[in-house]
Design a protein around this ligand. Structure first.
Ligand SMILES: [Zn+2]
Length: 101
């Protein structure tokens, strides 16, 4: 398992650690620590998973698109709802870990 240094106390920490074991400094954002939460939120309310991840505009777009398409043509609404869940579950491979340079 890869190791890195805590940005706060410079102690050696595991890449998988959610918080620093030495000083308790958070090393991940909420959705990085709990990647299953955004897709579950988007399942209940389309776009809410994106909003949790900080993609507010994208989340609102998914919400309005899903509601609009459900009313207009149900299968299309279902498709956009599914896409909202997949998008919420997708983790950006280029994102930087919280507090790391
Ligand atoms: Zn630390």
């Amino acid at each position: 398992m890869a190791l890195s240094n805590c940005p706060e106390c410079k102690g050696t920490v595991s890449e998988a650690a959610r918080t620093c074991p030495h000083c308790g400094h958070p090393l991940m954002t909420f959705h990085q620590a709990y990647p299953t939460v955004p897709p579950l939120l988007s399942l209940v309310l389309p776009g809410s998973g994106q909003i949790l991840k900080g993609q507010t505009l994208m989340g609102l777009l998914f919400l309005f698109m899903t509601v609009f398409l459900y009313l207009l043509f149900f299968p299309a609404g279902l498709l956009i709802h599914f896409l909202a869940i997949v998008d919420a579950a997708w983790v950006d491979p280029n994102r930087k870990r919280f507090g790391r340079d």
